[in-house]
Ligand binder design. Sequence first.
Ligand SMILES: Cc1cc2nc3c(=O)[nH]c(=O)nc-3n(C[C@H](O)[C@H](O)[C@H](O)COP(=O)(O)OP(=O)(O)OC[C@H]3O[C@@H](n4cnc5c(N)ncnc54)[C@H](O)[C@@H]3O)c2cc1C
Length: 387
Amino acid sequence: MPLNPLDLYDIRSLLTEEECAVQDTVARFTDERVLPIIGDCFDQGRFPKELVPEIAELGLLGSSLPEQYGGHGLNAVCYGLICQELERGDSGIRSFVSVQSSLCMYPIYAYGSEEQRMRWLPGMAAGKTIGCFGLTEPHGGSDPANMKTNAKRDGDDWILNGAKMWITNGNLADIAIVWAMTDEGIQGFLVEKGMKGFTAQEVHKKMSLRASVTSALFFDAVRVPEANRLPNVKGLKGPLGCLTQARYGITWGPIGAAQACLSEALKYGNERILFNRPITSNQAVQLKLADMARRITMAQLLSLQLGRLKDAGKMQPTQVSLAKWNNCRMAIDIAREARDILGGAGITTEHCPIRHALNLESVITYEGTETVHQLVVGREVTGINAF
Ligand SMILES: Cc1cc2nc3c(=O)[nH]c(=O)nc-3n(C[C@H](O)[C@H](O)[C@H](O)COP(=O)(O)OP(=O)(O)OC[C@H]3O[C@@H](n4cnc5c(N)ncnc54)[C@H](O)[C@@H]3O)c2cc1C
C-alpha cells in the first residue's frame, strides 16, 4: 500500500474515534465552504463573515469549554485538529477561531466571574457575540510588560486610556478583552462595543492575512464598570496564560497550510511536463517534495505529543514555544518552495501556496515572533535569560 504523502507516519491511526470524527467534519467544511471562496476573499481583503454561523453550528467556537457555557468539552487534540483543518483552508479563518476560542472565551472562562461566564460565553459559542483580544501596543508587542494602556479606579468604575495595535477581529468585535496596567499590576477588562471613547480602526494595505480583520483599538477615557473587570487574575500571567492556549492551537494550524501546499505542488508537478517528463521526475524537485513530507511529519508528531501532554495537564510553555517556532518555520518554508515548484503560476491566488506563504508571515510573527520563541527555548536549555 502506498503511504499518504500528507501523513507518511499514519498519525491518523494514533487518533481516537472522536478525534477522527472532528477532523473529518472540519475537513469537509473547509473543502466545501472555505476553499471555493477563499482565494477571492484574500484578493478582496474580505473576511468571510457569512461563514461564522456555520463555524458556530459545527461547535468550533470554544469547543473545549464545558457544555453549560456553550462548549463541547473536546480535548486538546480535537482543538488542534480543528485548527489544522481550518488553516488548510486559510490562516485567516483559523485566526478567527483561535481568537474567539483561546483568547476571548478562555480568559472569560478561566479568569471571569460566574456572572461574566453566563453573560458572554453562550453567545460567543453561538457566534452571535464576537470577541477580540488587545494585548499588543503600537510601541512593541514583544515586551508586553512595558504596557502603556492603563486603567485607574474611579468610584465603582475604571477609566481606561491607551491604544492597542494589530488586533484580530477588532472591527468585528462586540467585546474586546483589553489588558491594562493598574496600580495592582496588569488586569483584564471586558470593553464593550459602543462604550464612549472606545474606537476601532481597521488596518489596510495588508499583504498577509487579507481574509482576516486586523485593527487598531483606541481608548480615550473609557468608563468601564467594575463588573467588566476579570476578577480572578492579576499580572502578565493573565494574558500569557491565554497566549499559551492560542499558541498551542497555532502549532497545529500551519501543518494544514503546509499540507495544502505540498498537495498542490505534487498535483501541479505531476501534470507539468517539461523536457518530455513531469517535473516531479527530476531529482531536484523530488528532494524538495521529500523534504516537505519529512518536515510535515516531524511537525505532526510534535503537535500530537504536545496535545497529549496538554490533555494530561503536563504541557509547559517552553514546549509550546518550540512547536510554534518549528511548525511556523516548517510551513512558511514549504509554502515558499511550493510556490517555486509552480513557477509563474505560483504567483497568483489561483493556487494556494503564495496565499499561505503570505499568511504565514503573520503567523510566524504573531503570538510571539520566531525569535522570541527561540529565546524562550534558549532560556530553558541554558538557564540564562537573553531577552
Ligand atoms: C495579522 C496580525 C494579527 C495580530 N493579532 C493580534 C491580536 O489579536 N492581539 C494582539 O494583542 N496582538 C496581535 N498581533 C500582534 C503580534 O502579536 C505582534 O505583532 C508580535 O507580538 C510582535 O510585536 P511587534 O509587531 O510590535 O514587533 P516588535 O516587538 O517591535 O519586534 C520587532 C522585531 O524585534 C525582534 N525582537 C524583539 N525583542 C527581541 C529580543 N529581545 N532579541 C532579539 N530580537 C528581538 C522581534 O523578533 C521582531 O523581529 C497581531 C499581529 C499581526 C501581524
